[in-house]
Design a protein around this ligand. Sequence first.
Ligand SMILES: Nc1ncnc2c1ncn2[C@@H]1O[C@H](COP(=O)(O)OP(=O)(O)OP(=O)(O)O)[C@@H](O)[C@H]1O
Length: 257
Amino acid sequence: MGAPGTEPVIRVEGLVNRLGGQLVHDGVDLEVHRREILGLVGESGSGKTVLLRSLIGLQRPLDGRILFEGRDIRALSAREWRAVQEDWGVLFQQGALFSGLTVQENVELPMREHFKLPPELLRPLARLRLRLARFPLEHGDKFPADLSGGMTKRAALARALALDPEVLFLDEPTAGLDPLSATALDELVRDLRDTLGLTVVLTTHDLHTLTQICDRLTALVDGRAVTGTLEEMRSHPHPWLHAFFGGARMQSALRTD
Ligand SMILES: Nc1ncnc2c1ncn2[C@@H]1O[C@H](COP(=O)(O)OP(=O)(O)OP(=O)(O)O)[C@@H](O)[C@H]1O
């Protein structure tokens, strides 16, 4: 976690997003510390994915600012924007791998696009990313359609690591996985943070992820963000936070974990 006083990797100031006639974000403020795992929670439709999309510049906000390492992402030149994009890796909910490329080729693609590297270096570098994501290398020549859910997530994670990012954005990383695969993926995310010094922002409904690997949590409620440690969130008076963190499922997750 970032030491007090160090600049946050990401700072969100007064973010406003309106989509489909709904005010999704009504002044979201948020800081992401270096090397922390920050979990975004909130009821379905509260705007977790829209926030993640805003952070990576895919969603143009109605108002507010997003600062990445102190720089407003909307004020960057094309060259600076390209450089910033190399600093983060993204894993979308469905993996979003290119179906016509093998796993190996999927991981090579961002490197091919962003780095001027001799082609013979791409393969070993992609294999290194696959190894980091604990993807079984013998399946690297398979196409995405031929992978299990857990392998798809690992392949997508390897691709998110392709450009050697500082920040990983993960949209519901364990969704659709069986409990053992989900736990293994949680451990992988935590290990990657520990070994590579990554900062991780993830959205999740998975109570194991929330209680076991997140350093802090941000709940989206009433269009705003409430951020704190699990302990702080558990004692927060907001009715939704009280119901969520004091609810039976959370209590049982805390008991069994
Ligand atoms: N492109 C869009 N056009 C119109 N409305 C949208 C669009 N994208 C998102 N929304 C709306 O914005 C709101 C927030 O959506 P978002 O996907 O961020 O929710 P979420 O918190 O991630 O939900 P879930 O937990 O179900 O994934 C929802 O009401 C959704 O319908």
